[in-house]
Design a protein around this ligand. Structure first.
Ligand code: ADP
Length: 436
């Protein structure tokens, strides 16, 4: 038995025994209830002392004895352990808060309704949040940029969002959102101004160099042509040299043109100059041009597109993308090869496929083909000409039309380059279109 309980029972028995003795001597029963009353009063006193301490009315624990003393001691230990645990947790939270505040990136927490719950120092600095005032405010009230509003409400956080900081036009901020718990969101905010600035410098540099090279190259080619006409026929070596110079300067000119086109694609607003492009005429012209590229190869180029097929887009850009695909098909398909250009529409949108039965591409290279200057086989590509920028241009044009490029290929059997346009690109309702 618990020693305190045993002592308590002994105490009660002793008191009752003493009361019985006094009652016998006094010849009255009153000492008995009087003793029990004193005992109950003593317990009440101990309980009251304990209550006042637990309720925080007294700082020191009561000096109780017996079972009450043991109970007080146990409670004291429990409170101490709880206080230690709380201090430990507070230290952890404090350290986590300090480390999050030490981050150069902004961290913001919002609840399921999109109201601000927490932000660190960097977030306060980037977004000028004010302590206490902004706590609990809807985040979209504090960042009023419409693109941010759509991004935050759309719940599609696969890609980060970049916007100019609301209070500082020189600051470009990148937002990444992660959802956790039931609708809670963690937002990471990074200052990407320097990166964007460097990227812009790179683009400007490439665009400027390409632009500056344009005129000297035109002059050079003009003079080469004049020289070719003036040098006597019998000077074969000079003619060979002039031919080679002509060929190489032609490549450089094509490269400069492609670089200028790429930088234009990167720097202008894709929404500008969009129109319903009549496809048949454009594709017929491109096929005709492709047939003229190397008539000695005797390739067949077939076109399947409805007479009235139209696509919403930028006419020049689309022509450039489709032209690149066709030129490639001609370049990488041997003699007597077959090339087919097909356009059709369905519920998923519009599709343009350029298929050939040429040399095909090793699957390992397919994911990287649209990178600038990426060529699986440099020697072969150099021998067939081309700048190494064709598919990069196609990819950029399609991106600007919210479209994407699918590449299917089997080495030795041929390739299919398919441009998939979203339903918004259709001019009228989806109709399956095919004709010869
Ligand atoms: P370029 O043709 O100037 O080298 P592109 O960007 O147009 O540059 O194409 C990149 C590479 O993709 C080419 O070097 C070639 O290896 C491959 N390629 C493109 N189109 C085809 C095709 N129709 N068949 C086989 N390979 C192709």
């Amino acid at each position: 038995m618990n020693p305190e309980l045993a002592r308590e029972i002994n105490r009660l028995l002793a008191l009752t025994g003493a009361a019985v003795l006094v009652a016998l001597f006094a010849g009255s029963v009153w000492p008995l209830p009087a003793a029990l009353l004193i005992y109950a009063g003593w317990h009440l006193h101990q309980l009251w002392q304990l209550y006042r301490w637990v309720a925080g009315e007294t700082r020191e624990p009561p000096d109780n004895s017996g079972l009450w003393g043991a109970l007080t001691q146990r409670l004291e230990q429990l409170f101490k352990r709880e206080a230690q645990g709380r201090t430990h947790l507070e230290n952890i939270i404090e350290r986590a808060r300090d480390s999050v505040n030490a981050l150069g990136d902004g961290v913001i927490l919002t609840d399921a309704t999109g109201h601000l719950e927490y932000w660190n120092d960097a977030a306060a600095h980037y977004l000028r949040f004010r302590d206490q005032v902004d706590l609990g405010q809807p985040l979209t009230n504090l960042i009023r940029e419409p693109r941010f509003y759509r991004y935050f409400k759309n719940n599609d956080f696969d890609e980060p969002l970049e916007i100019t900081a609301p209070a500082d036009d020189n600051l470009v901020l990148q937002f990444r959102i992660t959802e956790f718990g039931p609708g809670d969101r963690l937002l990471l905010v990074r200052d990407v101004s320097r990166m964007r600035h460097l990227e812009q410098m790179r683009k400007d540099f490439v665009a400027n160099v390409s632009h500056e090279l344009k005129t000297p190259l035109t002059v050079l080619r003009g003079w080469l042509e004049t020289l070719g006409d003036t040098v006597p026929e019998e000077q074969h070596r000079v003619h060979r040299a002039l031919d080679q110079m002509n060929q190489q300067s032609g490549r450089m000119q094509a490269l400069v043109q492609d670089l200028l086109l790429l930088s234009r694609l990167e720097s202008t607003d894709p929404q500008e100059q969009k129109a319903a492009v009549p496809l048949r005429g454009t594709l017929e012209r491109l096929c005709e041009d492709a047939r003229g590229l190397d008539p000695s190869r005797n390739q067949t180029i077939e076109l399947e597109v409805a007479d009235d097929a139209r696509l919403v887009g930028h006419p020049g850009e689309l022509e450039s993308a489709f032209g690149n695909l066709l030129t490639n098909a001609v370049k990488y398909t041997g003699a007597d090869g077959q090339i087919r250009v097909r356009y059709w529409q369905d519920a998923d949108g519009a599709h343009l496929a350029v298929e050939d039965n040429g040399m095909g591409i090793d699957p390992a290279h397919i994911p990287r083909l649209t990178e600038r200057f990426y060529r699986p086989d440099n020697a072969r590509a150099a021998s067939v000409g081309g700048t190494g920028l064709g598919l990069a241009i196609v990819k950029h044009v399609l991106l600007r039309h919210n479209a994407h490029l699918e590449i299917r290929s089997e080495p030795g059997k041929g390739s299919a380059f398919i441009c998939h346009f979203p339903p918004e690109s259709l001019v009228s309702g989806p109709t399956v279109v095919a004709s010869g």
